[in-house]
Design a binder for this molecule. Sequence first.
Ligand code: HEC
Length: 98
Amino acid sequence: MKLKVLMVAVAAGALLSAGAVSAQDTAALMKSKGCLSCHDVEAKKMGPSYKELSAKYASDKGAVARIVEAQKTGKGHMKVNATDDELKAMVESALSHK
Ligand code: HEC
């Protein structure tokens, strides 16, 4: 019985780590992909602050998908070399500073 519970827990853990990128991973990614050299949460740097962008796109449901596409293709944003899941997690995080 105990073994069965353990196996279910392990399986659930594997499912979680396969799909979405965790908040901790996202923070590390944004550092390693260089987002923070051009963006700051509060202050305008080369790019707009995440606070400003979060306000701008607060009611724009398509913003994340559009910006991910821009970063993937390099049209409308500089190209960012990351997987779709990673890009989505980073853009969602950038736009979450309400
Ligand atoms: C080389 C500098 C640079 C890097 C690196 C960079 N950005 Fe940007 N980013 C910009 C600039 C400049 C703009 C404003 C572009 C514009 O409005 O045309 C921008 C715009 C954005 C926007 C708003 C896009 C829009 O359509 O309004 C988001 C969100 C964003 N960046 C997120 C990120 C994330 C997440 C990363 C890391 C994966 C990243 N940026 C890396 C310079 C950069």
